[in-house]
Design a protein around this ligand. Sequence first.
Ligand code: AMP
Length: 109
Amino acid sequence: MQSPDTVFHKILRKELPATVEYEDDTVLVFRDIHPKALTHLLFVPKQFVASIADLTSVTEHLPGLLILKAQKFAKEKGIEGYKLTFHVGKGGGQEVPYLHLHFLSEQKL
Ligand code: AMP
């Protein structure tokens, strides 16, 4: 099956604007366009998988990678408390079928 071309693919290709807070070879971090907390970021892996529900042995490392990137980012920015969430599937509130970790904090970046 062909991969979908989601809004996050377009942000990763820099075809759509985003407020990028961090980028490296494996991950892009940008502000959620409809923030649900004072700081609401999305951690998106550069390697595509649609959802936690679609993980395979090839992509099983991605959730851990995103969580570790979020932990390092929070440490560097001095953010002490935050919530990390994966929405899984439409029934789980996932709108964009590209794996991403929500990072929410009431501490300002
Ligand atoms: P989810 O419901 O887990 O799929 O989360 C998708 C998130 O992406 C939502 O919180 C949206 O507000 C956010 N979002 C959608 N389009 C954009 C965009 N162009 N830039 C930044 N965030 C976006």
